[in-house]
Write a protein that binds this ligand. Structure first.
Ligand SMILES: [Zn+2]
Ligand SMILES: [Zn+2]
Length: 284
């Protein structure tokens, strides 16, 4: 099977348009938002769109379909009100992902500000369980992917151990896996830039989440230096990470089953296509 390489795309004109757009720019996988990422409420997807999405993806061999959860969702908020709203919104995200036939729904585990990390972790697991409770995910390809974060203060998931802990708590109750982001990995302090550092960091992946659980790599170069905890994405090969680590990652047989999706900036027309092309160019 060909390596799955793609990019985050807009959904103007309907979610299924992104399938054609992915193909046009040489991608065979992609990520979208299934609603406005800054709004709490979202309409149900049009069944015709869902049908068209399935047909087009099958015809054009585009997949997996990755959906990124809205930034407003904070499943471990200390505020009961925000948490309840988040559970409701995340349930909507799952319903839309199932309707669209998505393989993956990526979630940032949230901010536990005002509590202890342990309390945050417990709330995050409870909220995710609540959000998926009773929804028809069994027998589908659907998985929630917990993403590692840039490691800002109070943000859950700033290291591999925290991501692994959340997955561990959830796995009896929900289909869960992991999404790792190269920029977040770098700015949270892991070395993926030197060959020794890359090997050591991957040993840490092996010892925490394991390789099989990792389904998606968000491929982003970083504007900021290692350990700064500043989440600013850069075009592949043009930032603090540079091109070599992407070459190692995309040719690393331990991640053969993964999709590689860029979330790079769109500064000018053609940037999505260019970043996909750069990622494809490093594959041996
Ligand atoms: Zn990401
Ligand atoms: Zn990021």
């Amino acid at each position: 099977m060909a390596k799955r390489i793609g990019v985050h795309l807009g959904t103007a004109g309907g979610a299924s348009k992104a399938v054609e757009r992915a193909r046009e720019i040489g991608a065979n996988t992609f990520q979208i938002f299934s609603s406005s990422p800054r709004m709490w409420r979202a309409p149900k997807p049009d069944p015709k769109q869902c049908e068209r999405m399935r047909t087009l993806r099958a015809d054009l061999d585009v997949g997996p379909l990755v959906i990124h959860t809205s930034y407003l969702v904070n499943v471990c908020s200390q505020s009961n009100e925000t948490r309840e709203k988040s559970v409701g919104a995340f349930r909507g995200e799952i319903e839309r992902a199932l309707a669209l036939g998505a393989e993956y729904l990526v979630l940032h585990p949230g901010s536990w500000k005002g509590m202890t990390r342990e309390e945050g972790l417990k709330l995050a697991a409870e909220s995710i369980e609540k959000a998926i409770d009773g929804l028809p995910w069994q027998g589908t390809v659907f998985n929630i992917l917990i993403e590692n974060t840039a490691g800002a203060e109070y943000s859950l998931g700033g290291n591999f151990e925290q991501v692994a802990e959340l997955v561990e708590r959830l796995k009896a109750h929900a289909p869960v896996g992991v999404c790792l982001d190269t920029c977040h990995t770098h700015v949270s302090g892991y070395d993926i830039v030197t060959a020794e550092g890359y090997a050591e960091t991957m040993n840490k992946v092996a010892a925490t989440t394991g390789f099989d659980a990792v389904r998606v790599w968000h491929c982003n170069d970083a504007k900021a230096a290692r350990g700064t905890k500043l989440d600013r994405h850069e075009h592949i090969g043009q930032g603090n990470i540079g091109i070599e680590p992407f070459r190692w990652l995309l040719n690393d047989p331990r991640f053969d089953h993964c999709a590689f999706v860029a979330e790079t900036p769109v500064d000018e027309p053609g940037d999505e296509e260019r970043n996909v092309r750069v990622l494809k160019s490093v594959v041996k």
